[in-house]
Design a protein around this ligand. Structure first.
Ligand SMILES: *Cc1c(COP(=O)(O)O)cnc(C)c1O
Length: 432
């Protein structure tokens, strides 16, 4: 297999390194873990991407999740153009904010009110502040292996010792702040119960990705999430679901709808903005009444509820809200995943794809359902080989073995069947 040409990308990368740290505006884009020059993308259409060297790929990164309808979806495109024709931003309320809120609130019954912001990180940060402001408590609890954006108090990993007060996982996060965050392993009900009981007077909230999908795909037992819900209620601790990836992805109402377990505060991002920058947090009226200007928890944004971004979200979520949309997404994804897994099993490759809805993750740990971050095989060399072998065959995955892949509405059965063959070829290549 001849390697793809990266001449133009390499030139652009040389330039970009003089402008941005690592040449990029978000770290994983730099291809550091898989090696080589990151591809500079020129355009996307449907399930495909084209880079600056003219290489064409079937795209399973989909901008890291937002593009559930694929690139350049005509409904989203037209909606954005007509909003843009009326001006980009006003810093005043518009009808479009009402429309997107109505679409969401009419389908998701455990929240009464929302606040739109401009990213997942901003939404998480605001939700944490709300939980603290509402409860009057300051500690928060997160799980190892869950990502919640680059919020200071969540850039925290488990410390050593019996009581897992966190220690910061990024320079620039003060230790006293990291100490306000407790970190527990996923799927361990015994530790969870003990910690919740011990810290109930101090814990404002527990935050979790109900479908942890930023560090492998660590599907939890439903019983773990049920216990978490039950114990938070019993002990007076708010439960926050970070559904930035899973919201509008595994079901319209995200993991909460899929599992029938509801949080007190929910956080959305990615899909909600149709490929433009939107995040949101929501809760029952009583909790949301604490948000300014109704209440004492301050939170604001110059571009929050931006009309062009709202219009993209409206078009995208209207399409997702059609009957059978999610069943169809899942069925197409499952067909591809099952065929690749069958091929890998027949050849005895130590490899398996884990899937939920239209999310998939490539595990080289040789066992299917890994449920906690420690069980991930830290040797990513096989993934890195596969990543290169797939690029050379015209399949684009996110450039890190810890990241999941996404199937969009634009990935037709024909395109997925082609991707399946290319995947199997690439596997044969790296295991030969
Ligand atoms: C992507 C993501 C975030 C951060 O969202 P940004 O828009 O990148 O700031 C937070 N939580 C989860 C679960 C995510 O997947």
């Amino acid at each position: 297999m001849t390697p793809i040409k990266r001449t133009v990308s390499a030139e652009l990368f040389t330039k970009s390194k003089t402008y941005f740290p690592g040449g990029v505006n978000s770290p994983v884009r730099a291809f550091k873990s898989v090696g080589g020059t990151p591809l500079f993308i020129k355009k996307g259409d449907g399930a495909y991407l084209w880079d600056e060297d003219g290489n064409k790929f079937i795209d399973f990164c989909c901008s890291w999740g937002p593009l559930i309808l694929g690139h350049n979806n005509p409904n989203v495109y037209n909606s954005v153009i007509s909003a843009m024709a009326n001006g980009a931003s006003f810093g005043a309320p518009t009808r479009l904010e009402n429309q997107l809120a109505e679409l969401i609130l009419s389908r998701i019954s455990f929240i009464d009110k929302l606040r739109f912001v401009s990213s997942g990180t901003e939404a998480v940060m605001s939700a944490i502040r709300l939980a603290r402001g509402y409860s009057g408590k300051s500690k928060i609890l997160k799980f190892e292996g869950c990502y919640h954006g680059h919020v200071d108090s969540l850039m925290v990993k488990a410390g050593s010792g019996l009581v897992t007060f966190g220690t910061s996982s990024s320079a620039g996060v003060p230790e006293p702040l990291a100490c306000e965050t407790i970190v527990l392993p996923l799927n361990d009900t015994e530790k969870l119960r003990k910690t919740l009981v011990q810290f109930k007077e101090e814990l404002a909230c527990v935050i979790i990705e109900p479908i942890p999908a930023n560090n492998g795909l660590l599907l939890q037992d439903k019983s773990f999430l049920s216990c978490l819900r039950e114990w938070c209620s019993e002990l007076g601790i708010l439960l926050v679901f970070d559904e930035v990836i899973s919201g509008f992805r595994v079901a319209f109402g995200g993991a909460a709808e899929l599992y029938g377990i509801t949080p007190d505060i929910v956080v959305y991002g990615k899909i909600i903005g149709g490929g433009l920058p939107v995040g949101a947090y929501g809760a029952k009226s009583e909790i949301m009444s604490f948000v300014s200007p109704d209440g004492p928890v301050y939170q604001a944004g110059t571009l929050s509820g931006n009309p062009v971004a709202m219009s993209a979200g409206i078009a995208q979520l209207t399409t997702c809200n059609q009957p059978k949309f999610y069943e169809d997404q899942e069925a197409r994804t499952k067909t591809m995943v099952d065929l690749i897994n069958q091929h890998a099993a027949s050849k005895k490759y130590n490899f398996e794809i884990v899937q939920i809805g239209s999310i998939f993750w490539i595990s080289f740990a040789g066992k299917k359902r890994i449920q906690d971050a420690d069980a991930i095989n830290p040797d990513m060399s096989k993934f890195n080989e596969l990543h290169g072998a797939l690029l050379n065959r015209g399949v684009y995955l996110g450039p890190s073995g810890y990241e999941v892949g996404f199937v969009s509405f634009a990935h037709t059965p024909e395109i997925l069947s082609m991707a399946t063959s290319l995947f199997c070829e690439a596997l044969d290549d790296i295991y030969s």
